[in-house]
Design a binder for this molecule. Structure first.
Ligand SMILES: Cc1cc2nc3c(=O)[nH]c(=O)nc-3n(C[C@H](O)[C@H](O)[C@H](O)COP(=O)(O)OP(=O)(O)OC[C@H]3O[C@@H](n4cnc5c(N)ncnc54)[C@H](O)[C@@H]3O)c2cc1C
Length: 457
């Protein structure tokens, strides 16, 4: 039997961040992980997918270089070498986290944990070791989420893949059907199209990105079209059959039914919480209507000394939300927590990139919040033109006092640019205050500055 102040189930972005915070503050922490330390983000999510985003961007930029007078020949893509490179990044990241845990004195147990009561859990090991009981004052559930399946499609990671199988591909398929036009589906469709695969996205809803404003969705759809990606909305896919070389599906829409054949299928319809077999029912932990663990603003579950962080508590399922949850839960346990709902930016690595923080225009309208908004188009920005990247805009929303309440950026480096606006929204800065800050020239950040200036005129 082991004893701890805090036992954490799952060593992903949320779990290892909370473990490090608590151990550094002097708490005795046990972190239990059934796979590799690092979780989805490091091993099969954010980092591997961004390695592919980078690789595919090199190919894409090479193809577009003729627009500015540079002819580069047909690229030769060695997927095996790309995989080795990607794995080397993952290994480095995992070793880095393991090293930090060791240094901070976190006791990492490699096994599968299950709650027994609100103060104890049991860990099962893959090898001959007997189960270990852990008695603890606090428990943090950080078991994350897994790709959802589509009825009728069984993910075998060969012909019918989740994002995990796609990120392990050793060859680029000639064609791929992507079922689901959500964040992961759109991002990986973009990657594969840039690498030369013929991609069709099949989305059951009438449009993609239902959480975005129409002007944003239109720009993203234009980008997909430019890459040759076919987008079928209001369409449902049914599996007809699979053989060694292809998957045949029936795509049904209001205009009828069409049979299509693809070398591979990617299922990208979202994620479900990893709650099976972790003993929630034995401890009476309540779930929300979508099956995620319910938490209060201090990240407590329905049992006060049991907390839940990251993907297991639902949308937005993002690594930076999970890490911030890790910090917030540590503060709650240490007695230094405050009730707040941080602004959570999100990023979509499409072509062009999309990043957003705070309110969308449709949300402001729906909530009856008074606002003013303007768009600043990249086509007017020197740096964007010098990069041959003129598609996109910065769209800022301000309230009647001029405070920034929302922003969406479409364009190159949107993922890096959004941090400035997140800070402004979080700290209640006005557009005037942003326009009084010098932004270096020529940079893409001037798009934010120009927009803030126009809004504060
Ligand atoms: C393809 C893809 C791309 C993504 N890209 C991005 C991105 O660009 N940006 C972004 O912010 N987010 C991205 N995400 C989402 C991001 O990966 C998750 O939001 C993040 O990993 C959630 O962290 P977490 O700590 O909640 O859970 P996870 O990282 O899923 O960690 C949970 C851990 O718990 C372990 N576990 C589960 N059950 C048990 C048990 N009973 N006992 C012991 N261990 C257990 C699991 O093995 C896992 O390691 C992406 C996800 C995918 C799939």
């Amino acid at each position: 039997m082991k004893q701890a102040d805090v036992a954490i189930i799952g060593a992903g972005s949320g779990g290892y961040t909370s473990a490090l915070e608590l151990a550094k503050a002097g708490k005795k922490v046990i972190l239990i992980e059934k796979g590799r330390v690092g979780g989805a983000c490091l091993i099969r999510g954010c980092i591997p997918s961004k390695a592919f985003v980078h690789a595919s961007n090199i190919v894409h930029k090479g193809k577009r270089s003729s627009e500015i007078g540079i002819q580069i020949g047909e690229p030769v893509i060695d997927m095996v070498r790309i995989q080795e490179w990607k794995e080397s990044i993952v290994d480095k990241m995992v070793k880095g986290i393991e090293g930090q845990c060791k240094k901070a004195g976190v006791d990492v147990l490699h096994g599968t944990a299950k709650l027994v009561s609100d103060k104890s859990l049991v860990v099962q090991f893959d090898d001959e070791r007997p189960d270990e009981e852990i008695v603890t004052d606090n428990i943090i559930l950080a078991t994350g989420a897994s790709p959802r399946e589509v009825p009728g499609f069984i993910i075998d990671e060969k012909m019918i893949m989740s994002s995990t199988g796609l990120l392990d591909l050793k060859e680029i398929p000639s064609s791929m059907g992507v079922i689901g036009g959500g964040v992961i589906g759109l991002e990986l469709a973009t990657v594969m199209a840039k690498l030369g695969c013929a991609v069709t996205i099949i989305e059951i809803l009438d449009d993609i990105l239902p959480f975005s404003d129409d002007d944003v969705t239109r720009t993203i759809k234009k980008g997909l079209k430019t890459l040759g990606i076919i987008l079928l909305t209001g369409s449902q896919a049914k599996l007809i059959g699979t053989d060694e070389n292809s998957v045949k599906i029936d795509i049904q829409s209001s205009s009828g039914s069409e049979i299509m054949e693809f070398e591979k299928i990617l299922i990208g319809v979202g994620s479900r919480p990893n709650i099976d077999g972790i003993g929630l029912e034995d401890v009476d932990i309540l779930l929300d209507e979508d099956g995620f663990v319910k938490t209060d603003s201090m990240l407590r579950t329905s049992i006060p000394n049991v907390f839940a962080i990251g993907d297991i508590r639902g949308n937005p399922m993002l690594a930076h939300k999970a890490s911030m949850d890790g910090i917030r839960v540590a503060n709650t346990i240490l007695g230094t927590g405050i009730e707040n709902e941080p602004v959570i930016p999100y990023v979509l690595f499409t072509e062009p990139e999309l990043a957003s923080a705070g309110l969308h225009e449709w949300e402001a309208k729906e909530k009856g919040i008074e606002y003013q908004t303007k768009r600043y188009y990249l086509a007017a920005l020197g740096k964007a033109l010098a990069m041959n990247e003129k598609d996109g805009f910065v769209k800022i929303l301000i309230d009647p006092q001029g405070k920034m309440i929302g922003c969406t950026i479409i364009g190159p480096e949107a993922s890096n640019l959004i941090s400035e606006v997140t800070l402004a929204i979080e700290k209640g800065l006005t557009a005037k205050e942003i326009s009084n800050i010098i932004h270096p020239h020529p940079t893409l950040s001037e798009g934010i500055w120009e927009n803030a200036r126009h809004l504060s005129e």
